[in-house]
Design a protein around this ligand. Structure first.
Ligand code: CTP
Ligand code: MG
Length: 223
């Protein structure tokens, strides 16, 4: 099989509020996007597509440090950004992994594990068990406990057979449906989605505290 990774990095980073689009925020002397690309390229995909905010294309090409990437401008939702990446996939790619640049420290092994779990009609996502005690709430009132044993926290990269993911995207556009991740979009089109073990390092940098956590992890692992 030949895999491509679409790295979605076109978000604005509203919750991080670091003065730049999130993928271009500094982290230990480099950018979040550069750290994310370390894991992506270590997995040796046949093609890497970077989806970035319009106007940041040249900067994104530089972030790849000479490694081959296709850079395209994203859309105003994550789903539209992924669609922009799908549009430039090379001939011969049969498996697509979609990855959040914001999961800057996702280990390379997670890409391989997800790709291996993709099969005809079957997508794959990394997921972690939920550790918190969860409540269903409404208007300030706890309505009910939620059994966390039947829940999992989804991560990326999320992998799919290329043609089926493209068909699922076409269907979402036709229905005007907006999904928060590719697994939900793929399932809405009738696909099955399996999960493989995720990893703590693949947490999504969302808030300033998450960025601090990433800094501390990198400081602790620096030679
Ligand atoms: N993303 C994207 N295009 C969008 C929105 C999000 O490519 N229109 C990407 C982000 O760059 C990120 C991933 O999707 O790598 C997950 O999104 P999120 O963590 O929500 O990032 P932002 O949307 O940038 O952050 P926020 O929601 O706080 O503004
Ligand atoms: Mg967002």
């Amino acid at each position: 099989t030949r895999s491509a990774v679409i790295v979605v990095a076109a978000g604005s980073g509203t919750r991080l509020a670091a003065g730049a689009p999130k993928a271009f925020v500094p982290l230990a002397g480099r950018t979040i996007l550069q750290h994310a690309l370390d894991g992506v390229f270590a997995a040796e995909p046949a093609q890497v597509v970077l989806v970035v905010p319009a106007g940041r294309e040249a900067e994104a090409t530089e972030a790849a440090d000479g490694r081959p990437v296709q850079v395209v401008a994203g859309g105003d939702t994550r789903q539209r950004s992924v669609a922009a990446g799908l549009a430039v996939l090379a001939d011969g790619i049969d498996t697509v992994l979609v990855h959040d640049a914001a999961r800057a420290l996702a280990p390379a092994a997670q890409f391989g594990a997800v790709a291996d779990a993709v099969a005809p009609g079957v997508g794959a996502i990394p997921a972690l068990p939920v550790v918190d005690t969860l409540k269903r709430v409404h208007a300030g009132v706890v309505i009910a406990p939620v059994d966390r044993a039947e829940l999992a926290a989804a991560q990326t990269p999320q992998g799919f057979p290329r043609a089926e993911l493209e068909a699922a995207y076409a269907q979402a556009v036709q229905r005007g449906a907006e999904h928060t991740d590719d697994a939900a979009l793929f399932a809405a089109a009738g696909g099955a989605v399996h999960h493989v073990p995720g990893s703590e390092e693949a947490f999504k940098i969302t808030t300033p505290h998450d960025l601090e956590r990433a800094r501390m992890i990198l400081a602790a692992t620096e030679p």
